[in-house]
Design a protein around this ligand. Structure first.
Ligand code: ADP
Ligand code: TRP
Length: 323
């Protein structure tokens, strides 16, 4: 039997942060040997919020460089651009036609946008159906994403079930994959780390910026000699990701009141820099060679097109537009 299939993607909407990395992107690398992986640049999803061509172009190149810098190997993984595979949009239209408005109105992202009184474009509303198409075209067994994307994968399952029931078997039902130990990475202010909250630590920030950002992590006002509960500390939450070796010792010092927040942050900034430096160097070097990035992306997109075209042939036949 062949390897299982993995599909995932991230939107090119600005520099990736450590939440994106631990919540989603690191899994892409960890699984590249075990799964046949297809990793997408979700540029048409980004278009629901980005309306500046030069920004989008740069963010696309940036995201490919990020994927390569964290260790995705384009020889083993198909790294591709969503907009280069028009079949995604075609399938999304077909899904539009078998999904009801009230069903989509229950999606968290749409409800949040409404609650925040944002101007909601139609793209935001049908976002989950384009994502369902992204996923279902490639027949993945698993879709590694952060917690906030779980509902979208469930919607893709529902859509697949409905299509299969109405028209005949075309799609495999995908599973979200969310690692137990890294559900949600907290940001500088203790909320979920997110570009939209302005509380991120960029994955490729330089050493000086890393230190500056880490020093601003919000803590309570306990003094150096007071016992502290590591599980309630946002600095310690990040130690769990970057300070594996020092973790038992740090925990002991927290509980016994033998470490202050300043020192804890200094240790964190140091460990973070050690961990991220090799990836940062690779990222910077890649960004100085945009032509190479474009070549990788074009080659991956061609491979994705072949798979998508075959799936759409079958779908067109099943819905009755192929004569
Ligand atoms: P942002 O919230 O910064 O705009 P995205 O929505 O573009 O990030 O998320 C890209 C991927 O990274 C998604 O799979 C998402 O679930 C994951 N992700 C984003 N923020 C976090 C976080 N703080 N913790 C864990 N995973 C995250
Ligand atoms: N919606 C995802 C996000 O905001 C990005 C995405 C688009 C995606 N299509 C996908 C993720 C398909 C996994 C599978 O991060």
């Amino acid at each position: 039997m062949g390897k299982k299939i993995l599909l995932s993607g991230v939107k090119p909407t600005g520099r990736v942060h450590i939440g994106n990395y631990f919540g989603a992107m690191k899994q892409f690398v960890d699984f590249q040997d075990d799964y046949e992986s297809r990793i997408m640049i979700a540029d048409y999803h980004a278009l629901t919020t980005v309306q500046d061509a030069s920004v989008l172009k740069q963010d696309i190149l940036d995201l490919v460089a990020s994927y390569l810098a964290i260790g995705l190997d384009p020889n083993r993984v198909i790294i591709f651009q969503q907009s280069a595979v028009a079949e995604h949009l075609e399938l999304a239209w077909i899904f539009n036609c078998l999904t009801t408005m009230p069903y989509l109105a229950r999606a968290h992202a749409y409800k949040d946008a409404l609650a925040k009184n944002k101007e909601v474009n139609v793209g935001v509303f049908t976002y989950p159906l384009l994502m369902a198409a992204d996923i279902l075209i490639y027949d993945p067994d698993v879709v590694p994403v952060g917690q906030d994307q779980k509902q979208h994968v469930e919607i893709a399952r529902d859509v697949a079930e409905k299509f299969n029931r109405l028209f005949g078997e075309a799609f495999k039902l995908p599973e979200p994959f969310i690692p137990e130990d890294v559900k949600t990475v907290t940001g500088l202010d203790g909320q979920k780390m997110s570009k939209s909250y302005g509380n991120t630590i960029p994955l490729f920030a330089n050493e000086k910026d890393l230190k500056r950002l880490v020093m601003t992590i919000v803590t309570d006002s306990k003094g150096e000699t007071e016992p502290k509960n590591p599980e309630e500390c946002h600095v310690f939450a990040l130690h769990k990701l970057f300070s594996q070796v020092d973790l038992p010792e740090l925990k002991r010092r927290y509980v016994e009141g033998k470490i202050g927040y300043r020192e804890s942050k200094e240790i964190l900034a140091h460990n973070m820099n050690q961990y991220l430096k090799p990836m940062r160097e690779k990222y910077e070097s890649l960004l100085s060679r945009p032509e190479e990035i474009k070549t990788v992306l074009a080659a991956g997109s061609e491979r994705a097109q072949v798979i998508a075209r075959a799936k759409l042939e079958r779908v067109r036949e099943l819905v009755g537009v192929k004569l």
